[in-house]
Design a protein around this ligand. Sequence first.
Ligand SMILES: [Cu+2]
Length: 173
Amino acid sequence: MYAAPVLALALLQPLLPPAHTVEATFDRPDGIVPATAVSFAPDAVPYGAGARIMVHRAAGHTTVSMTVDGLTPGHVYPVHAHTGGCGTVPADSGPHYQDRRDPVQPSTDPAYANDRNELRLTLHTDGTGHATASTTVEWEFRDGEAGSVVLHAGADGHEHAPAQRVGCVNVDF
Ligand SMILES: [Cu+2]
């Protein structure tokens, strides 16, 4: 007699919006247990600062929202989805994830390196080090090809060049 409700639930499951949340505290990158969120520059991303990232995928588009607490007050952090997971050194997170992948990497061609083809956010922290930002792109991530969200130093936008990677959060997009 319990089969019917269970079956109904199973049928409903695929209709629920596929969303997930990562909540993590920034920690050192060389801990014995790899941290979900790491800081490479504790002056910009203090150990113990918090990040919450919500990923919501819907038919043909993806919304990513990010909230941080405990970062440097009054600071700007360009943020991107990168291909790799966070590692012990900043370069481990690899290049930017691109919907249409630039055959020339590192990608500097504005036809590929732009905010429609990459997932970009800008965090502007308030006087307490809190910030929130959200963006929607008109595509869904390919499974297993994006592994992290990387926080960069400096207000100089999202260009690839040498913008220092100050923090990284593992996100299974
Ligand atoms: Cu980046």
